[in-house]
Design a protein around this ligand. Structure first.
Ligand code: UT7
Length: 319
């Protein structure tokens, strides 16, 4: 039995903020942001658009395009670090909104590595509990947690959501081939949403990040997890058609490929339009690459991500 991604849909907020827009109110420039990160613009949610709104919009599209009966869904798993409320979960809000009343529902929080964590959880539960249809959603409104006066963090992030339908298949030649997860809580200090900074935004807290340190960890840990998952799967990078990494920063991906000998020409990069959408970035990049005809049915994909925690991991999936 294999877990297969049978359909994917995304939702991006309508409002687009360019680097030039940001440079009107901040001491920054398109030149600085683009050369350091590869980001040109990002989608930013309105006050009315919550993480659940983005998740529900992506999921509604998915249900229509894949013609899914909501009552056939067994479980809904949402990866998010920016849920509307501490509880109920975003997953329960999606369940109610789409009328999937048979499904159990919960959120996974592993920051920017959340999609890979949630995929691993979904894959394991589908096998262990014999689930037939699972909705796996990554939805983030990370821009609600940035300090728009802090140029070192606010220029980096964007909002978005991706929703996937996961189904069981007996075809052992497709679907999720392997997942590998890691965490190191000792590195928590480098990348956080600090509640004590939150007096100005309703106690939600603002993102703080030791950019240079996280940059180095991202290269080391993503490369290490890709090498380990390939070795454990009896594969090499030649068996992979496309690497789809977390889209934090184009320069991280270029440096990683140069320093750790990964082929940059196999890396899907959408940082320019999406910026860092935390755990939504891999589903958003995958959908773009499929729509553009880059990723095709039958391709073998290597997902990798690193986020706050630190958390990181990789997955190999045949689409
Ligand atoms: O998704 C979770 C994981 N997160 C990441 O992967 C992020 C990893 N880190 C990074 O992407 C990069 O470290 C950043 C893009 C955040 C920063 O790039 P950097 O090359 O490491 O720059 P820096 O933080 O060392 O700052 C260099 C200079 C500083 O000025 P001084 O001290 O040299 O005078 C900053 O004040 O750039 C300045 N600076 C800016 N200047 C213009 C910082 N932000 C900006 C800005 N515009 N937006």
């Amino acid at each position: 039995m294999r877990t297969k991604i049978t359909s994917i849909a995304t939702y991006l907020p309508e409002k687009v903020v360019t680097n030039d827009d940001l440079s009107k109110s901040l001491d920054t420039s398109h030149e600085w942001i683009y050369t350091r990160t590869g980001i040109e613009s990002r989608h930013v949610s309105s006050d009315e658009e919550l993480t659940s709104t983005l998740a529900i919009n992506a999921t509604t599209k998915l249900m229509q395009q894949a013609d899914v009966d909501p009552m056939s869904v067994d479980a809904i798993i949402v990866s998010t670090t920016t849920g509307d409320t501490r509880f109920p979960s975003c997953a329960c809000k999606v369940q109610g909104a789409i009328g999937a009343y048979r499904a159990f529902a919960f959120d996974v929080n592993a920051a920017c590595a959340g999609f890979i964590y949630a995929l691993a959880v979904a894959d394991s539960m589908m096998k262990a509990m014999k689930l037939r249809k699972v909705l796996l959603i990554a939805s983030e409104t990370i821009t609600k947690f940035v300090d728009w006066t802090d140029r070192s963090t606010c220029v980096l992030f964007g909002d978005g959501a991706g929703a996937m339908l996961l189904e069981q298949t007996e075809d052992d030649n497709t679907g999720v081939i392997a997942t590998k997860l890691y965490a190191n809580g000792e590195e928590e200090k480098y990348n956080s949403i600090l509640a004590h900074n939150g007096e100005q935004n309703g106690n939600r807290g603002y993102i703080t990040m030791a950019g240079r340190t996280v940059f180095k960890y991202a290269i080391d840990y993503m490369a290490m997890s890709m090498n380990e998952i390939l070795a454990e799967s009896g594969m090499t990078i030649d068996d992979i058609d496309w690497i789809i990494p977390h889209q934090a920063n184009r320069r991280i991906l270029e440096s990683m490929c140069k320093m750790r000998d990964f082929p940059l020409e196999k890396v899907i990069i959408t940082t320019q339009e999406h910026a860092n959408t935390s755990s939504a970035s891999i589903p958003l990049a995958l959908k773009d690459a499929m729509d553009g005809g880059t990723v095709k049915s039958g391709n073998t994909l290597l997902f990798t991500a690193l986020g706050a925690g630190l958390t990181w991991g990789s997955a190999i999936v045949r689409i």
